[in-house]
Write a protein that binds this ligand. Structure first.
Ligand SMILES: [Zn+2]
Length: 126
């Protein structure tokens, strides 16, 4: 006989293994799911609730402040815009250390996501 906790743990482990085995399917499912629930996610109450909970988050506020400083430094010309450090295309500001907002890492979205989330691709979806 298993306890409910054990059953939940086993299910969690199983779905985690499935997600790791099928990175592309996971993406597909996430897309389908967000399409099914699009009305809810576009609704004003959801957006307001989300914004509220976001700004309650101390870390989020801290990061936003650092990003604002970095943005301002670039806009005001204190820091020069640079191309992506990896592929030399148009880059965005990325902060590796939010305590140092002026140490900007210039990377395009693609390269940054590859770095941060170690995006997995398979043969069907390179
Ligand atoms: Zn790049």
């Amino acid at each position: 006989m298993q306890t409910p906790e054990e059953i939940i743990e086993r299910q969690k482990a199983r779905s985690k293994a499935w997600r790791e085995k099928n990175p592309c399917r996971k993406k597909e499912y996430a897309k389908q799911w967000s399409e099914r629930n699009a009305d809810y996610y576009k609704s004003i109450p959801y957006k307001l609730a989300r914004r509220k909970s976001y700004w309650k988050n101390k870390e989020a506020r801290f990061k936003a402040r650092a990003r604002r400083k970095a943005d301002y430094a670039v806009v005001s010309g204190k820091i020069k815009k640079e191309p992506c450090e990896v592929c030399k295309s148009k880059a965005q500001i990325h902060l590796m250390d939010f305590n140092k907002p002026f140490e900007i890492t210039w990377m395009c979205q693609e390269c940054f996501y590859n770095l941060k989330y170690k995006r997995v691709s398979c043969e069907a979806h390179p």
